[in-house]
Design a protein around this ligand. Structure first.
Ligand SMILES: [Zn+2]
Ligand SMILES: [Zn+2]
Ligand SMILES: [Zn+2]
Ligand SMILES: [Zn+2]
Ligand SMILES: [Zn+2]
Length: 543
């Protein structure tokens, strides 16, 4: 089992590996546990290749190493000697080892191996390495094949170490999700329990105080009796912490002074300050508390009497526990603002347009091609095209109207203003990208239907509501912003074309005909752009 861990490159945290007891030692290589050093030495010799049965045949055994082997051998017991004899017989193959010659280089880093004693053969691949680059240990059988189950431990190079079956460089993976979830849930269970506890105390206090108020507030000495009884109720609801043991606020840790007084939270009993800057505690009106927690089971309701001004001191921790989840629930259940709900509609429309548009374009080009070949288009195609067109026209129209509504909606705060700006940008991009290129659509359809009236009469093309028949109807529905921008562009181009015209006149007078040529070309370009913009603007343009 331990060996399996080594195979994935992770040191197992078994109790054995942590022990320092010399009577119970652990192999530093495979983490097997042994009852004494002698057994460990035997194990090192036999299983990890420190045995001279391997190193004898190795060209790398130094004098020093040999001495330490000697020592180990001396303290090893007879049993291990027997195994050694066996091991000598069963040597790992060495036939594939590269021989050392002067000038041999480390197969890994390329350094020249100055002497034979510096070199070591990888027991797996047989190449020569410096000792530093042949320090990994791996289980091999006598044929120098990987054998993680029954092989013995031999030195190998980094390459062979990585190539062994089951190697990974990220260690073993231990799935702790379940443990984590358990801890998480128990934590949130604790929190939930705490919240229920606090809410329960709040209900007891509020009900109790209202009952006491109704009982005493009209009687003689009422206010005194009332306050006394409320204090008794409060102290019986939650044990108060002893004042004398506490010298700092439980929340902000400020030291209490003569001026900074101690207060008890009526829900958790802890001692806190009432600094205005930190709001560690506040006396909150029962009227307010009950309204905020109206979902709790109160048996008493706040007295009508406007003089009822009783409050409960609550620390900020307890307030958070009770108030924050309720505020959150309220926030997410609140209806979206006008702008947001319009944005949702815009989103839905853009989904519709994005879905229908490609289908429409495909059908259109199919029908166009059929007509160019002077064939009669399929009647179902034409009908389908009419349906898509209808859907698109309606969606375009609605999109334009909604965009205009969003742009003109009065915003109530800065974040809404930002949302509005973003929607403006998104929708005007969408209009530019999807809707404006469709501007010439009606001409294509109309000319098509008139030239081929026998097969496609207008009733197929204009099956929709009477308000939206042509795209040009809604092109006048460009957003105000767009119209403004297009008009400004138009002005600039018109000015330019006017200037060019006068320059051409001058050049003609001065007989600079090459200049006239260039200028006229420029003028042509600009006139084309003016036409484009005027097309986009439709009846919103001007001459
Ligand atoms: Zn070992
Ligand atoms: Zn090297
Ligand atoms: Zn190797
Ligand atoms: Zn404080
Ligand atoms: Zn508290």
């Amino acid at each position: 089992m331990n060996n399996t861990h080594v195979e994935v490159g992770i040191a197992p945290q078994t109790p054995e590996s942590q022990t320092v007891n010399m009577e119970n030692v652990t192999c530093p290589i495979c983490f097997k546990s042994f009852s004494n050093l002698v057994l460990l030495n035997t194990h090192l010799d036999n299983d990890h290749g420190f045995n001279d049965s391997i190193d004898d045949s190795s060209p790398t055994v130094s004098k020093q190493q040999a001495t330490s082997q000697e020592k180990k051998r001396n303290i090893a017991n007879t049993k291990s000697k027997n195994i050694k004899v066996l091991a000598k017989v069963n040597k790992i193959k060495t036939g594939h080892w590269k021989a050392y010659t002067s000038g041999s280089k480390c197969h890994d880093c390329g350094h020249i191996l100055k002497s034979k004693s510096e070199a070591r053969n990888c027991r797996k691949c047989g190449n020569l390495f410096s000792k530093w680059h042949c320090r990994n240990v791996i289980r091999l059988n006598l044929k120098a094949d990987y054998d993680p189950e029954n092989g013995k431990w031999y030195n190998c190079c980094q390459g062979c170490y990585i190539m062994r079956p089951g190697y990974n460089d990220f260690g073993s993976r231990v799935d702790l999700t379940e443990t984590f979830c358990k801890i998480r849930y128990s934590k949130s269970d604790d929190r939930e329990l705490r919240r229920l506890q606090l809410e329960n105390r709040l209900v007891v206090l509020i009900n109790g105080i209202i009952i006491l108020y109704n009982k005493y507030h009209d009687s003689i000495l009422g206010p005194v009796k009332l306050d006394y009884n409320i204090t008794t109720l409060e102290r019986s609801t939650v044990p108060w912490r002893d004042d004398s043991t506490v010298s700092n606020c439980n929340i902000c840790h400020t030291k209490f002074t003569f001026l900074l007084r101690k207060h008890h939270c009526r829900l958790c009993g802890s001692i806190v300050c009432d600094k205005i800057e930190t709001c560690c505690s506040n006396e909150l009106l029962i009227r307010f508390l009950q309204a905020v927690t109206s979902d709790l089971n109160y048996t008493q309701s706040v007295p009508e009497d406007p003089e009822f001004d009783k409050g409960i001191r609550i620390c900020s921790n307890c307030l958070d526990m009770i108030y924050v989840p309720r505020k959150f629930k309220k926030d997410i259940s609140a209806l979206p603002t006008a702008i947001i709900s319009k944005y949702y509609s815009l989103q839905n429309l853009s989904v519709v347009i994005n879905q229908v548009l490609p289908k429409f374009e495909d059908l259109l080009s199919k029908i166009e091609i059929t007509r160019e070949l002077n064939n009669v288009p399929d009647i179902t195609d034409v009908r389908e095209l009419g349906k898509h067109r209808e859907k698109l026209l309606r969606a375009f129209k609605a999109y334009n109207i909604l965009t205009k509504q969003v742009v003109t909606t009065r915003t109530t705060n800065i974040s809404e203003k930002r949302i509005q700006e973003s929607i403006k940008i998104i929708s005007s991009d969408f209009i530019n990208e999807k809707i404006l290129p469709m501007k010439n659509l009606p001409t294509i359809l109309n000319s098509g239907s008139s030239s081929n009236e026998s097969s496609t009469n207008n009733s197929f093309m204009d099956t929709g509501t009477p308000e939206v028949k042509k795209l040009s109807d809604l092109m006048s529905d460009l957003t105000i912003k767009e119209i403004k921008e297009y008009r400004e562009e138009l002005m600039v181009f018109k000015e330019q074309s006017f200037m060019l015209q006068s320059m051409i006149k001058d050049s003609k007078k001065q007989r600079h005909f090459d200049e006239v040529q260039v200028l006229s070309n420029n003028l042509k370009d600009i006139k084309k752009r003016v036409d484009d913009i005027q097309n986009k603007l439709g009846e919103q343009g001007f001459d």
